[in-house]
Design a binder for this molecule. Structure first.
Ligand code: CP
Length: 296
């Protein structure tokens, strides 16, 4: 069987995505973890900082009996210009998967083309598909199927927003996006589905929403733009009053890390409608399920 990659949510069918998120929930409920990855190893290469994604993959591999090899750009040939294709072919001889966080989706795609083992996108400037597995898993654990629901995305039309557009296309929910002018998501991507639309204000995005989502205003890669972004994003902060305009049983998610006082106020992460810490915890279980899906 040919190898599978996970570079975007579109690399899986809806049935496969549902199998992964449901398995994530199953693994979450098990006190003793199955040793389904015994004898398997994966290289993790992170060109950008990470807490959740990295810990979830490393701890997840260990819990399922596998092994993580951490390759930092600083002390590997990755940081000294070895061609991506050569690295992909070498690592394909040695391990069972490669997990990469990079500011270049193109690098991921080049790596995956040359590799004969699964390559996983641990976040790029374009997409963060692993986060969406955890988000959908969390929503469905708390509220049932996300299909047909309404999701309001408030904030930067960047990699998280792009992944929500793909998720709306795959899972069949209605996505309303409110972003300031100049920070809206890619038009071509928006046109790829009838399930996502742009709206003008944060209030419109959250109206009747079953799930409200935001992300930081200055992601990694936007260093130096912070003050300009603060001014543009000011009307797009999520607080309790904004959530009051959503469905009465709305959930609030944020991929974290959050900047209190910017995209969220000081208290909304602790509001009863917020499930951000369960969402973060589900990174572990959904990524274990993803590894099982790709490696076994
Ligand atoms: N949400 C997320 O990807 O967190 P990290 O950057 O800490 O991995």
């Amino acid at each position: 069987m040919s190898k599978r990659d996970f570079l975007t949510l579109l690399d899986c069918s809806l049935e496969e995505l549902n199998a992964i998120t449901r398995r994530g929930t199953e693994l979450r409920g098990m006190t003793e973890q199955p040793q389904t990855l015994a004898g398997k190893s994966a290289v993790m290469m992170f060109q950008l900082n990470s807490t959740r994604t990295r810990v979830a993959f490393e701890a997840g591999l260990k819990q399922l009996g596998g092994h993580a090899v951490i390759l930092s750009p600083a002390d590997s040939q990755f940081g000294r210009g070895e061609p991506v294709e050569d690295m992909a072919r070498v690592l394909s001889e040695m391990v069972d998967a490669v997990i990469i966080r990079t500011s270049s989706q193109a690098l991921l795609e080049d790596f995956a083309r040359a590799a004969t083992i699964p390559v996983i996108n641990a976040m790029s400037e374009r997409y963060h598909p692993c986060q969406l597995l955890a988000d959908v898993q969390t929503f469905e654990e708390l509220r049932g199927p996300i299909e047909g629901r309404t999701v309001g995305f408030v904030g930067d039309g960047y990699n998280m927003c792009n992944s929500y557009i793909n998720a709306a296309r795959q899972w069949g929910f209605h996505l309303k996006i409110a972003s300031p002018e100049g920070y809206r998501p890619d038009q071509e991507l928006l046109k790829s589905t009838n399930n996502a639309e742009l709206v003008e204000t944060a209030q419109e995005a959250v109206a009747d929403a079953d799930l409200v989502v935001t992300d930081v205003w200055s992601s990694m890669g936007h260093e130096g733009e912070e003050s300009r972004r603060l001014a543009a994003f000011e009307p797009f902060r999520v607080d309790e009053a904004l959530l009051d305009g959503a469905s009465p049983d709305v959930l609030f998610m944020h991929c974290l890390p959050a900047h209190r006082g910017e995209e969220v106020n000081d208290t909304v992460l602790d509001d009863p409608r917020s499930c951000v810490f369960r969402e973060a915890g589900n990174r572990l279980h959904s990524q274990k399920a993803l590894l099982e899906f790709l490696l076994t």
